[in-house]
Design a binder for this molecule. Structure first.
Ligand code: FES
Length: 108
């Protein structure tokens, strides 16, 4: 039996640090993981459509380059005047090895 490879995510919210453990495929995307593990009001309002902008996170480090913003993500972040490439819609990010040991700040 092959064990699934663990993915550790360092999370910062309101100056509190915590580590979340997950693995590839446990959640469909980063937003769903955050919604499940540390739900807070008004997070992920469009449920992953990439339109509401309520699931924005800042990723300040990752072990591998993150995939580029797709069209929906880019459109939403541009409307919000957020050009900083470290700002991402968590609903548009798959949980894979690129997020292992990443540092993610919740912006709420
Ligand atoms: S949940 Fe709405 S943009 Fe991510």
């Amino acid at each position: 039996m092959q064990l699934k490879e663990e993915i550790l995510i360092n999370l910062i919210r309101d100056d509190q640090h915590l580590t979340i453990r997950t693995y590839h495929g446990e959640y469909r995307n980063l937003m769903l993981l955050l919604f499940d593990q540390i739900y807070y009001d008004d997070f992920g309002e469009c449920k992953g459509m990439g339109r509401c902008g309520t699931c924005i996170v800042q990723i300040t480090s990752s072990t591998a380059p993150l995939p580029p913003r797709d069209r929906n993500e880019n459109t939403t972040l541009t409307k919000l005047d957020l050009a900083d490439p470290s700002l991402r819609l968590s609903c548009q990010l798959l949980i894979d090895r690129s997020l292992h040991n990443s540092t993610i700040t919740l912006l709420s």
